[in-house]
Design a protein around this ligand. Structure first.
Ligand SMILES: [Zn+2]
Length: 409
């Protein structure tokens, strides 16, 4: 994109002000029209209606923009591109070591271009995202946050080999988690299989014994690590909740009782509904698999509607890298699906920014209020156009300064 000169007028030693056409502050409230937001010392100074007059400030003219907190993608796999071609996907499982980090850097840029300033990687068998995390400032900008789980845990012979490894022969999951010295940001456990596109609702069996899973979560918590659990189906989700996990990933077919539990416990749910939209795009229209993907998509949107009614905490994760789920671009797909489930735009932004920031333990809360870090993004046009305008964000600010990377984001 060409950088608009209006976006680059603040300097670190000088307070700035922005006249925002619309402000979605991340609190869950609806958009506020014509708001002036001031910045000083990297923090938000004041937020007030433009009707009050500019108070002697000369705000940047962002009257055509919607301003909101930076987004968080709470579930990605940076080692995969999201392309659907099966041959290409097989190749991506054993990537060229010379090229893979360039590809992952490009994927980070795709996130940034869509206003995603933090991602949580759900694992890869080569711990490549964990290696990339160590290259902050070289391979990706300082302002971008990458949380990595290294290699996910799955049971030998069950789903998940591409994303991690299994405990050793005869070793419990709990011992494996306790003994891992990997320098990771959180633990990822794959506790069920994936959903059949053909046999709708076929239950997937738990991968681990419930007591072992509980001990594994406790072992991770003793190490100060949060645990994200891939779980589909009533039993696997119930086991993960009983184990005290921090987030349920996917959670297809979890059922009413588990949803009530999620809301009651305050566990975070990351529905990744867009994975089914991605699948659908890649499948032949009208084929049994495409029909299955459509039903799974509708099912997950219905679960989201129920989560909203119950007040469950939802964070937004795309599963970027899954078939048809392109890094960065997939965020708007996921957000639009939340809209389809009945979430208002302000609520969607709270899930994508604030709930994600909490889940990743970001220092910023995500809510744009006086005293908070001046981290925000600007999208062209009104909030009604947001799912489209996120495709090409106008500006990303971190601590009151524009984030510039490579040829501009
Ligand atoms: Zn995943």
């Amino acid at each position: 994109m060409t950088t608009d000169r209006r976006l680059l007028q603040t300097a670190p030693d000088r307070p700035g002000a922005f006249h925002c056409g619309w402000l979605l502050d991340g609190s869950g409230a609806g958009p506020r029209r014509d708001v002036i937001l001031t910045v000083a010392g990297g923090r938000i100074g004041a937020v007030f209606s433009a009707d009050e007059g500019p108070h002697g400030l000369k705000p940047l003219d962002w009257r055509d923009f919607t301003v909101l907190p930076p987004l968080v993608d709470a579930h990605v796999h940076l080692f995969l591109s999201g392309r659907s071609d099966p041959a290409l996907r097989r190749m991506q499982l054993s990537p060229d070591p010379e090229e893979i980090f360039d590809h992952m850097t490009a994927r980070v840029q795709r996130h940034l271009r869509r206003g995603v300033l933090a991602v949580r990687d759900g694992g890869d068998h080569g711990a490549l995202a964990l290696a990339l995390r160590g290259c902050r400032g070289q391979r990706y900008p300082d302002e971008f946050v990458l949380r990595a789980s290294g290699r996910a845990w799955h049971r030998s012979g069950r789903y998940g080999g591409a994303f991690g490894r299994s405990p050793a022969e005869g070793q419990s999951l709990a011992d494996a988690v306790a003994e891992d010295g990997g320098g990771i940001d959180q633990v990822k456990i794959i506790a069920s299989g994936i959903n059949s596109l053909i046999d709708f609702g076929r239950p997937t069996r738990p991968q681990f014994d419930a007591a072992d899973l509980k001990a594994a979560v406790a072992a991770a918590h003793r190490r100060g690590l949060r645990v994200m659990v891939h779980a589909n189906g009533e039993r696997p989700v119930a086991d993960a909740l009983a184990a005290g996990c921090d987030s349920i990933e996917h959670g297809f077919f979890m059922g009413e009782a588990n949803m009530v539990q999620i809301a009651a416990r305050g566990t975070v749910w990351v529905p990744t509904a867009g994975t089914m939209a991605g699948c659908l795009d890649a499948l032949e229209p009208g084929s049994p698999a495409a029909d299955g993907a459509r039903r799974l998509l509708d099912h997950q949107v219905a679960q989201l509607a129920r989560a909203r009614e119950l007040g469950a905490t939802v964070a937004v994760g795309t599963d970027g890298g899954s078939p048809g789920v392109r890094h960065g671009r997939a965020m708007a797909v996921e957000l639009a699906l939340m809209s389809a489930a009945g979430y208002r735009t302000g609520e969607v932004v709270r899930c994508a920014a604030v709930h994600g920031a909490r889940l990743l333990d970001l220092e910023r809360t995500g809510v744009l209020q006086p005293g908070a870090p001046a981290d925000f993004i600007a999208a062209a046009g009104p909030p009604e156009a947001l799912w489209g305008s996120l495709e090409q964000i106008q500006a990303v600010y971190r601590k009151g300064l524009p984030v510039v990377w490579g040829e501009g984001i």
